[in-house]
Design a protein around this ligand. Structure first.
Ligand SMILES: *Cc1c(COP(=O)(O)O)cnc(C)c1O
Length: 359
């Protein structure tokens, strides 16, 4: 019998969330961001689930883009970091992968080609990770528009927001202004801005292409809001069985270091999931979970293969019951907050030991 620790993936939730992204994107089209194995949900399954709706995908590296082709899908795939090696360029051109070029060495690789792939230029409007500075853009664009190989291959400009998760930050509007100013000379070229969070900012234009990622999976991109509050549906339910239950006496300790001490007699259970499955070790006592439709809490330290829960609120819980670690009842964002991280890290961190089961 296989272990019943599983990640159930609801592909209809992914479709629902993508449609919400499209509604919120207004006139912009949304390229579905499916990097990092579809944020841990399985890149091929996510790509297929969105195949009828998404006109374009976006990924971080070549292996991910090839996985889309291996899934039998022919949409263009935007390569958010561009090529990592010169040979990548020819593959991009053959496969319909669209690199976002951010550095001079990548432009040199482009110029060395007989046939250029459709490509984008990254503009650094303030994130200061990647991209050409706005004042430097004309010096890059004009030669590309004057060269036969690259002229019609240049799609447009990409920039990335650093603070869109905080509606109170003025930075997103400022980055938008810098992008518009830097690209005003080429109105025929497209603009792509907007991670998931930007879809929830009032008055924020998303131009030609937005790039929703985390929201497709139902986790909240906005500080202080949960996915369901934003109309999103959890796409992953991380589930594991109760494999032991007992009643502790007041004063009994639980787990490594004996860090949790029962104040009174307490019904408790052990759940077969731990940091070896990607459950965060930093999620401590009081992190929520659910069993039999009711919320329970973790107690003590998370181990590699199990964790302990307080069953006081569900005394009828039995060995073999399935516990939801995150999903529709317990938002991954809540668990992340208890672990001092973000839903992104938890979803992408579910390990290969956990089978993904698709519905
Ligand atoms: C990952 C990524 C996105 C998607 O961001 P989310 O916050 O997950 O929506 C968009 N654009 C770029 C450049 C990215 O790297």
């Amino acid at each position: 019998m296989p272990r019943t620790t599983v990640a159930r993936i609801d592909t209809s939730a992914i479709r629902h969330n993508y449609r919400l992204a499209c509604e919120r994107a207004g006139p912009a089209r949304a390229m579905a961001v499916i990097k990092a194995d579809g944020y841990g949900h399985g890149i091929a399954a996510v790509a297929k689930a969105l195949a009828e709706d998404a006109p374009r995908y976006a990924v971080a590296c070549l292996e991910e883009a090839l996985a889309v082709r291996e899934a039998g899908l022919s949409q263009p795939v935007v390569m958010l970091q561009g090529p990592h090696q010169q040979d990548d360029m020819a593959v991009f051109a053959r496969q319909g992968f669209q690199p976002v070029l951010h550095s001079h060495y990548q432009l040199e690789w482009l110029r060395a080609l007989q046939t250029a792939p459709a490509f984008w230029l990254k503009v650094n409007t303030g994130m200061n990770r990647l991209g050409f500075p706005p004042q430097d853009l004309a010096a890059q664009v004009e030669p590309l528009l004057n060269a036969a190989v690259t002229r019609s291959a240049l799609q447009g400009f990409v920039t990335h927001f650093s603070c869109a998760d905080d509606p109170a930050s003025p930075e997103t509007a400022e980055q938008t202004r810098r992008l518009c100013q830097a690209t005003a000379r080429w109105p025929h070229l497209e603009k792509s801005v907007g991670n998931s969070a930007a879809h929830f900012l009032a008055e924020q234009p998303l131009f030609d292409w937005s790039r929703p990622g985390i929201m497709l999976y139902g986790s909240s991109p906005v500080i202080g809001r949960t996915g369901p509050e934003l109309g999103l549906r959890a796409a992953m339910t991380l589930e594991a069985p109760l494999i032991a239950t007992r009643t502790l006496k007041a004063g009994d300790r639980v787990g490594y270091g004996g860090s949790w001490v029962a104040e009174r007699d307490t019904r408790m259970g052990m759940v077969a999931v731990g940091y070896g499955d990607g459950y965060p070790r930093h999620a401590g006592t009081d992190t929520p979970a659910a069993v039999r439709g009711r919320r329970i809490r973790l107690i003590g330290r998370v181990s590699m293969d199990m964790l302990a829960v307080d069953l006081s609120s569900v005394p009828e819980a039995r060995d073999g019951d399935s516990v939801e670690l995150w999903g529709p009842q317990v938002s991954v964002d809540e668990v992340a907050a208890h672990a001092g991280t973000i839903g992104y890290e938890l979803l992408t961190g579910v390990t290969a030991r956990v089978p993904r089961l698709y519905r």
